[in-house]
Write a protein that binds this ligand. Structure first.
Ligand SMILES: Cc1cc2nc3c(=O)[nH]c(=O)nc-3n(C[C@H](O)[C@H](O)[C@H](O)COP(=O)(O)OP(=O)(O)OC[C@H]3O[C@@H](n4cnc5c(N)ncnc54)[C@H](O)[C@@H]3O)c2cc1C
Ligand SMILES: NC(=O)c1ccc[n+]([C@@H]2O[C@H](COP(=O)([O-])OP(=O)(O)OC[C@H]3O[C@@H](n4cnc5c(N)ncnc54)[C@H](OP(=O)(O)O)[C@@H]3O)[C@@H](O)[C@H]2O)c1
Length: 430
């Protein structure tokens, strides 16, 4: 069976950026046999949140490659040039393209690596392949849409699968009810609803804000925005604070002891989480203000409220909603409920469950590589699930260009020597 140097799970921005970095190495005469496996049938960047007026929350200069290699043909500027829109884009005078345009840039980049990516396959587990009491390779198992299982062997693995929906416990019983869905499936699931009138949106982050405004633009829809917080608070993207997204800040976070890393994450959480753009907050405020002017209370902002229970019935989904100030709970019926409740980032642990005994606490080194026991030879890297050790930039686009070259450097050591990398020798297993 063929053995790949590298398999990447997922072909979103993180692994496309890696494909670019590997391509640069290939041009420098260091080719690696890399294959990426993506579960979607073709490239799409959070496709069910591609709302009409949604814009990037990051400068286009932080594309997949520019911060590392501004001369790359895979830059956003070269994409604009090749599409004949560079002059017009300059006239827009913005750093923040629409999400539609950035999705198109990412698709355009991904299309250059079609030969290295197999679409429509969902990786469901990674098994150890042993040889003389050592784990020599990894067996990556995936399933295509018709249920056929495919197996491939690799010397190293880069897991870049993004976040999975965070579904609050009180909705766990409704996970198969089509009227309750997460923001990551918003457009797809909304289209399946039968003219919903009353919709609850849970959360007060960027997703909740964008979805509220999208629903406001749909005739006849009444929205209850249900938020534990008292106010929508804007994301802090002021310049000094924004320096936490510079690649060198990753060293600063990583070199702090664990407790202090947590404190740093808390201190700067408002740059990213539960934090919509100020312009969106102003738009939402205006919607509620105009309701006061007209006296027609179409939507409600149920601030400091929390859902404590949910039940599905033929007439709708009933939510127990508790007022966190008074402690009073009421029951409200909705035609649909959108969970704009953020993401969890532990999918890698499910995929790697069969090799978990070789991976002490799933701990990573500075190069995003999982520490392993000495008898385990393959190298495994994580992109997007190292926020606790590497900081708030880890789930974003900010450091993709830098991170992928750091991973390439570490891969060079592992694939060239095909022996334990220095980080593995550092490990002490209690
Ligand atoms: C709506 C939305 C907008 C955002 N906008 C911004 C922004 O403007 N700026 C910013 O910096 N960040 C933004 N983010 C954060 C986002 O995490 C990054 O932009 C980026 O998508 C991270 O890339 P990724 O490749 O790590 O993860 P993802 O983009 O999530 O890609 C992961 C890929 O892996 C695939 N996959 C998952 N599991 C498997 C499996 N088992 N087998 C095979 N394939 C699998 C998925 O289908 C997906 O294509 C946004 C997030 C959301 C939800
Ligand atoms: N256009 C864009 O660029 C765009 C669009 C959408 C998303 N994004 C990005 O995607 C990432 C995630 O944003 P997001 O808005 O999806 O998630 P988020 O920022 O994590 O916000 C989640 C919201 O859900 C609430 N919540 C979580 N668990 C809850 C529970 N059990 N009960 C009640 N409320 C709960 C949180 O409330 P608390 O604060 O009380 O915990 C918070 O208001 C961010 O990086 C964001 O920038 C970008």
């Amino acid at each position: 069976m063929h053995i790949h140097d590298l398999i990447g799970i997922g072909f979103g921005p993180s692994n496309i950026a890696l494909a670019i970095a590997l391509d640069e190495q290939r041009q420098a005469g260091q080719a690696k046999d890399a294959l990426f496996i993506e579960r979607q049938p073709c490239f799409a960047w959070h496709p069910h949140m591609l709302l009409e007026n949604a814009h990037m929350q990051i400068s286009f200069l932080k594309d997949l490659v520019t911060p590392r290699n501004p001369g790359s043909r895979f830059s956003f500027l070269n994409y604009l040039h090749s599409k004949g829109r560079l002059q017009d884009f300059i006239n827009l005078q913005t750093f923040f393209p629409s999400r539609h345009e950035f999705n198109d840039y990412l698709s355009w980049t991904a299309s250059h690596f079609e030969h290295q990516c197999t679409y429509g396959e969902d990786v469901f587990e990674v098994l150890p392949e042993t040889d003389n009491d050592e784990v020599a390779y990894l067996r990556v198992r995936s399933r295509n849409e018709s249920g056929a299982v495919q197996e491939r062997l690799t010397r190293s693995l880069v897991i870049s699968v993004g976040g999975a929906p965070n579904v609050p416990e009180c909705f766990a019983g409704l996970k198969d009810d089509p009227r309750v869905f997460h923001s990551s499936h918003y457009l797809r699931e909304l289209a399946k609803q039968d003219a919903p009138k009353r919709i609850a949106v849970i959360g007060a982050g960027q997703s909740a804000a964008e979805i509220f405004l999208d629903l406001h633009g749909r005739e006849g829809v009444q929205v209850d925005l249900i938020s534990r917080a008292w106010a929508f608070k804007p994301s802090d993207d002021s310049p000094f604070v924004n320096e936490i997204f510079n690649p060198e800040y990753t060293d600063y976070v990583f070199n702090n002891p664990t407790g202090q890393r947590e404190a740093l994450l808390q201190e700067y959480k408002s740059t990213n989480y539960s934090a919509p753009d100020l312009a969106l907050i102003q738009e939402i405020y205006d919607v509620f203000y105009q309701q006061k002017v007209t006296g027609q209370a179409r939507h409600r902002f149920r601030r400091r409220h929390e859902v404590t229970g949910s039940e599905a019935g033929p007439e709708g989904v009933e939510l127990n909603v508790r007022d966190l100030e008074t402690g009073h709970t009421d029951i409200t019926r909705y035609d649909a409920v959108v969970l704009a409740t953020g993401y969890v980032r532990d999918t890698h642990k499910q995929l790697l469950a069969p090799v978990a005994d070789y991976l002490p606490e799933f701990a990573v080194n500075r190069h995003y590589q999982l520490y392993t026991k000495p008898e385990f030879k393959p190298a495994i890297f994580l992109q997007g699930s190292c926020e606790p050790t590497h900081g708030l930039s880890d789930t974003l686009l900010s450091i993709l260009a830098a991170r992928t070259s750091e991973i390439c450097d570490a891969l060079d050591q592992t694939t060239a020597l095909y022996a334990p990398s220095p980080c593995k020798q550092e490990v002490t297993i209690s």
